[in-house]
Design a protein around this ligand. Structure first.
Ligand code: AMP
Ligand code: GLY
Length: 421
């Protein structure tokens, strides 16, 4: 198979790394890719991810058998619709199904229609109405912009003043542009969070190992929210009973619901779950692999990812036996100075040789005049795996100084919860 992976982050490097091990693979391309992916795939420059016609022409010219779309933006922009119309196979949902992530209003209404457990909510376009609602509720709330906001569109206000200011900035000042034309005001829940990704062919659904992300910048879950500072899998807090509950009350109803509404979902459906005292609740759906979760889940996948992706596209996922390794994986994100606010880029990177059971996934790097330099907030995800999670944690931190650039910041406590409670 000739395969094209769309994207340039740590998630896509992990996908390329896994696909590169497939016995089915002939040629592998990444668009636009990154320097880490360049060691395993041919990076395609000069074509914008927004240029569906050019991507289609490339796929035809290179006889691409499968396109795997990493990020949400091209999915929400209908890349899969455009390529499918030309007869090109894609692993990833069409635009209408990608709405589960691209519109939080759609997602909440969809969950309500299909009785999928989630926090109580109301949606607003008008500031005045939102304000009146705010004043009428007497419990803590969360405010979310409906559209895509690169993980920044969720605010947990501590006071009424902060809540009002947040609504004003979204609905009046348009701080998020069109993405904030509508907001969801949601009941605030408490509990541990689990990222549960699942493969689906539109009809059947197979969960991956549960993972936990670390969204806050600093140790002990302090500091601002980020795109994710590290992850580990599997998450022992998520018991077999919970997995069963999530499959029956979340994943199956979601996949069946999308199918019954005429917008079947093919690809990876990601459920962000909260384990509340009243059971599992959905925080959000994403229409793609999670980042950094993918960097810990794919190293534990024993089955050929291309076999799974092909089965999803062909609607016969039930024929594939999806197997997982027994151990655990831990990913620590190395971020630039200033992340997640004002990021310093352009720093030289030095990577020493790493042991076999550790990979350094690139997330924000580029080559300039033959040098590897930093080019983003999250620069690398260093991932280790072992039979025991304690060993994976030890290994990742024992090797972390082998990946060096000025101003590097990372958390020292990724997966610490598993060992320390
Ligand atoms: P989302 O993008 O919707 O998953 O929200 C981002 C983060 O905000 C989640 O990972 C949670 O930590 C937090 N969050 C979102 N919704 C709620 C809620 N209803 N109650 C408590 N925390 C929430
Ligand atoms: N790690 C959160 C996400 O991928 O959306």
């Amino acid at each position: 198979m000739n395969v094209l992976v769309i994207g340039s982050g740590g998630r896509e490097h992990a996908i390329v790394w896994k696909v590169s091990q497939s016995p089915r693979l002939t040629r592998l391309y990444a668009l636009p890719g990154n320097p880490g992916m360049a060691e395993l795939a041919e990076n395609i420059g000069g074509i914008s991810v927004d240029d569906h016609a050019a991507i289609g022409a490339f796929c035809k010219g290179e006889r691409i058998d499968l396109v795997i779309v990493g990020p949400e933006a091209p999915l929400a922009a209908g890349l899969v619709d455009s390529l499918s119309a030309e007869g090109i196979c894609c692993f990833g949902p069409k635009q209408a199904a990608a709405e589960v992530e691209a519109s939080k209003v759609f997602a909440k209404d969809f969950m309500a229609r299909h009785h999928i457990p989630t926090a109580g909510y109301a949606t607003f376009r008008q500031f005045d109405e939102a304000l009146r609602y705010l004043e009428s509720v007497n419990y803590p709330i969360v405010i979310k912009v409906s559209g895509l906001a690169a993980g920044k569109g969720v605010v947990l206000p501590e006071t009424m003043d902060e809540a009002k200011a947040t609504l004003e900035s979204i609905l009046v000042d348009k701080a998020f542009g069109d993405a904030g034309d509508e907001v969801v005001i949601e009941e605030r829940m408490t509990g541990q969070e689990v990222s549960l990704m699942a493969f689906t062919d539109g009809t059947s659904v197979v969960p991956m190992l549960p993972a936990q992300d670390h969204k806050r910048l600093l140790d002990g879950d302090h500091g601002p929210n980020t795109g994710g500072m590290g992850a580990y899998a599997p998450a022992p807090v998520f018991t077999a009973e919970m997995m069963n509950e999530a499959v029956e009350t979340v994943l199956k109803p979601a996949v069946n619901g999308l199918k019954s509404e005429g917008t079947p979902f093919v690809g990876v459906l990601y459920a962000g779950l909260m384990l509340t005292p009243n059971g599992i609740r959905v925080l959000e759906f994403n229409c793609r692999f999670g980042d950094p979760e993918t960097q810990v889940v794919l190293p534990l996948l024993e089955t050929d990812l291309l076999e799974i992706a092909e089965a999803c596209v062909n609607g016969n996922l039930t024929d594939v036996d999806i197997r997982w390794g027994k151990g655990a994986a831990v990913c620590v994100v190395l971020a630039s100075k200033g992340y997640p606010e004002k990021v310093e880029s352009g720093k030289f990177v030095k990577i020493e040789d790493l042991p076999e059971d550790i990979v350094c996934f690139h997330a924000g790097t580029k080559n300039e005049n033959g040098n590897l330099i930093t080019s983003g907030g999250r620069v690398f995800g260093l991932t280790a795996w072992a039979n025991e999670i304690g060993v994976a944690i030890e290994n990742v931190y024992a090797n972390i100084r082998k990946v060096a650039f000025e101003g590097v910041q990372y958390r020292r406590d990724i997966a610490g919860k598993v060992l320390n409670g």
